[in-house]
Design a protein around this ligand. Sequence first.
Ligand code: SF4
Ligand code: SF4
Length: 89
Amino acid sequence: MEKTTKGKAFKIIRNLERCYGCRTCELACSFHHKGVFAPELSSIRITKSNRTGIIRWHMDSSCDLCVEEDQPLCAKYCSYGALQVGGES
Ligand code: SF4
Ligand code: SF4
C-alpha cells in the first residue's frame, strides 16, 4: 500500500509470515492517533487464533497515513520485520 508521511511517499511492505501477533503495531498506531496505548483505537488490528495460531490483519479507513510522523509507526515498531517501510520517494 502507498503511504504519505510528512510529504514523503512510502510503501508499507507486509510479510504476514514474519508476524508473531505481538500487537505492538496496534499500540504504536493508537499512540499516533491519541497519544495513548490502546489497541481499540488503532487503525490496524491483529487477531490470532488460540486454536489454530492463524494470524489475521485488518487495517481500516481510520489510517491517516501517519501524518506528522517521520515514518509509519506501525512499521517502525514492528520488531519482527512483518511491517517494513520501503520505496521512499
Ligand atoms: S508489530 Fe509486527 S509482528 Fe507484531 S503484530 Fe504487528 S505486524 Fe505482527
Ligand atoms: S500507517 Fe500510521 S495510522 Fe496507518 S496503521 Fe500504521 S501506525 Fe496506524
